[in-house]
Design a protein around this ligand. Structure first.
Ligand code: 16G
Length: 253
């Protein structure tokens, strides 16, 4: 038991000047889950106890935990407590949760990485101007990436954002949404258009698939709570390992 709790003690996760405590605690727990230190079905100490062990306020614990619940790596079972969610074997992406590629992979216990193909500020295409509502003459920030889960290339993504939202595309190393979250500009809503397409020779080579193989093409436009569109991403996803699950519900009358 003593050993189990060492994971939560401040010396295990807190460093001065490394950002807010809840963020550091969140990152630490997220990494511990991804590394299996906190295995599936492991139970977290109750909030009050965790706050005492981690030497933080209950609000800090709540913020870190609720972010992990949102990421889908923890689950709160009523009357029982907070548990590490068992991973699903296939990569299933829920269409109702607005997660990033990095979040999905973290959830599945996989390490995500990216090969940046291009990043910088460019003159926008008419599609980008429309999707992001850019005024004429304004440039657009672009990040084009080949994305890996562990060592498998899984997706190609071409992301475009207004320059006031992403002034420095070079700042995107692994996660675009982490960069947006750090500046308080993460989207909270997105609209996605999903189609099936056949790969061109160039894209097939990058994804290690045969030319003409069928993949999912997803265009995502993501919005701030104000309703402003701040991300337009066109992505090609390997449909043999990526599943998109849509939950449909009839609203209560
Ligand atoms: C997801 C999003 C994509 C977003 C990316 C950010 C879909 C279909 N697309 O792949 O729009 O840009 O996540 O991920 O889910 P990141 O924070 O890991 O860079």
């Amino acid at each position: 038991m003593e050993d189990d709790l060492a994971l939560y003690r401040p010396d295990a996760w807190f460093r001065a000047a490394r950002g807010p405590r809840y963020e550091q605690l969140y990152r630490h727990l997220s990494a511990a889950i991804a590394a299996g230190e906190l295995p599936p079905e492991a139970q977290l100490p109750p909030e009050r106890e965790l706050a005492l062990i981690a030497d933080v306020s209950r609000v800090t614990v709540r913020k870190a935990v609720s972010q992990l619940v949102e990421d889908g790596v923890l689950e709160q079972r009523r009357g029982a407590g907070t548990f590490v969610r068992p991973p699903k074997s296939k990569i299933e992406q829920s269409l109702s949760a607005l997660l990033s590629f990095t979040d999905y992979m973290r959830q599945r216990g996989k390490t995500s990485s990216s090969r940046i193909m291009r990043r910088g500020l460019f003159l926008p295409s008419p599609d980008e101007m429309m999707a992001l509502g850019l005024p004429p003459g304004e440039r657009v920030a672009r990040v084009d990436r080949l994305r890996f889960a562990d060592d498998t290339p899984l997706a190609l993504e071409w992301s475009s954002l207004p320059t006031d939202v992403l002034p420095d595309p070079e700042a995107v190393e692994t996660s675009l949404y982490d960069v947006l979250r750090a500046s308080g500009k993460a989207p909270t809503r997105a609209v996605q258009r999903i189609t099936a397409v056949n790969l061109t020779a160039v894209d097939a080579k990058l994804l290690l698939l045969a030319e003409g193989a069928a993949v999912l093409r997803i265009d995502r436009t993501a919005y701030l709570p104000s309703g402003r569109p701040i991300e337009f991403t066109r992505g090609l996803y390997r449909s043999d390992i990526y599943d998109f699950i849509a939950e449909l519900r009839l609203d209560a009358p």
